[in-house]
Design a protein around this ligand. Sequence first.
Ligand SMILES: NC(=O)C1=CN([C@@H]2O[C@H](COP(=O)(O)OP(=O)(O)OC[C@H]3O[C@@H](n4cnc5c(N)ncnc54)[C@H](O)[C@@H]3O)[C@@H](O)[C@H]2O)[C@@H](O)CC1
Ligand SMILES: [K+]
Length: 479
Amino acid sequence: MTIHMQHQPFPDDLTRYSEYACLDLITPEEMRRIDHNAQSLGISGLELMESAGTALSLVAQEYHAGIVLILCGSGNNGGDGLVAARHMSREAEVTVLWYDSGHQTRSTRRQLERLSHCDVRSIRFRCREDLLHHLDIFSKADLIVDALLGTGGAGTVREPLKTCIDLANQSQAPVLCADLPSPGIIPDRICAFHRPKVKDSEVYDIGIPILAEIGTGPGDLLLMQERKQNVHKGVGGEILVIGGGPYQGAPWLSGLAALRAGADIVRIVTPHYLPEPDLIHIPTSGDTITQNDLDTIIPLCDRSDVVLCGPGLGPDAHEVILTCSEHVKKGVFDADSLRTPLPHAHESLYTPHTGEFTRITGRDPGLTPYDRAHAVRNSDIPGTVLLKGPVDVISDTKRIRFNQTGTPAMTTGGTGDVLAGVCAALMVHLSAFDAACIGAYATGCAGEMITNTHGYGMTARDLIPAIPQVLFRRTLEGE
Ligand SMILES: NC(=O)C1=CN([C@@H]2O[C@H](COP(=O)(O)OP(=O)(O)OC[C@H]3O[C@@H](n4cnc5c(N)ncnc54)[C@H](O)[C@@H]3O)[C@@H](O)[C@H]2O)[C@@H](O)CC1
Ligand SMILES: [K+]
C-alpha cells in the first residue's frame, strides 16, 4: 500500500500535548493505526523495526546469556527478532529458528537477507517435524526470545508455531517476548514497543512521533471494515436525514455525502423535494418540520442504522428533534439540532463549529487546538464531540484526536453538511469516535483534492465525489 505523506507541521507546540496520548494498554488495531501514521510522517517500517529489534537486543543482553535462541515468525514480529539477532551476534552464540510460512512480510524477508551476512546460525522450519530435529537447541539455550507472534496474531495458534511454543515452555531457559507474548508462551519478561499491549510489559520507545498517535492520518482508514465482495443489500446501512425547512439544499448534501461514504439507503425527511434519483424523499406535511410529522418520522428512526439530525433545519423544530432522538440508536447531531437541551441518542456524535459549541456549552472553546481539546474534554456533552476548526478536535471524553486535513477554502457553505453525512455513514459500522476521526480526516482530504483543482471556486457539492476516492482508495488502487 502506498503511504500518503502528511505534510503540514502541527500549528502548535506539541510538547504540551503528551497528556493527550493514550497511556494504558492499546489494541493491535490501534497499534496498526499508529504504525501506519508514523510511516506517513516519514519513519519507514524498516526503521521502526530496527528500533524495536535494537530495544529487544538490549533487554536480551541483560541476561548475559551465552547461548541465545531466537524464535521468529513470518510476520514483522519475527522481523524484530531477526534484527535483535543481528545486534547480538558478537555478544552471544545466537541461533535463529525462523518459520517459513511462504508469505513472509517484505520487511522480515529483508531482515533475513541481512542476517545471512552475520555470524548467526539461522535455521528455517516449515513444519512440526522440522522442529523435532532441533530439540537440542531448545535444551542448550540460556535465553529464548519469542518473536513468533505479535499484534498480528489472531485466533488459536496454528502448527508449527504451536509446537514451537510448547518446546520453548518445556525448556529451562527464560523467555523474553517481543512486543507481547505469543499465545500460550510463558514469559519471563515482555519488551513492548511504543505502548503496552498486555499488562506487566516493559515499554520501549521506538521513536514514533506523538502526532502519529494523537493525530488522524492514513492509518485511521485501516479501521474501515473491508466490504465483503459478495455483499447483500443493506451492509452499507440505512441512513435517515432529518433537516431542511428554512434551507433547502443542506439535507440533500448530507444525504449524497452519506451515499458516497458507503451508505446503501438514504432517506431525507424534508419539506423541499430536490430531484436526486439516488435519495429517497420523505415529504413533510408543511413547509417546516413539525409535531405533525412525528408519525412519519418515528418509524423511520426505528428502522434506520444512523439518523442525522439538523442540516438546514432552522431553530423551530427542536422539540421534534428531542422527541425523535429517543427512537435513535446512533445519532449524528449537527447544525440546528445543536441547541439546549441537547438531543441524545443511544450513541451520539455532535459536530459543532465554534459558535455552536459556545451555544450549547456557554463556553468559548478558545483558539489553539490545546485549549479546544481541553474545552471539549471538560464539557459535559453526553457523547462524542467533533469540534470543527482549522484543526478539528475529536473527543469521546476519554480519547482525544486532532485532525489537520482541510483547507480554508472549505469554509464555503455546506461543507459541514457533507462532513455530517460522511460521519453518519461511517457510524453504521464504527464507533462515533472512529467515525468522527475518519470522517474529519477524509472530508478534509477531499477538500484538499478539490482545492487543488478548483481553488476558492470549490462548492460543497464538489467535495462529494472526492469522498470515496479518499475512503476507498486502497480498494481503488488494488492494494
Ligand atoms: N509500530 C508497530 O506496529 C511495529 C510493529 N512491529 C512488530 O510487528 C508486529 C506485528 O507484525 P505483523 O502485523 O506482521 O503480525 P505478526 O508478526 O504479529 O504475526 C503475523 C504472522 O503470523 C501469522 N499468524 C497470525 N495468527 C496466527 C496463529 N493464530 N497461528 C499461527 N500463525 C498466525 C500470520 O499469518 C502472519 O504471518 C508487532 O507486534 C511488532 O512486534 C515492529 O516492526 C516495530 C513497529
Ligand atoms: K511475541
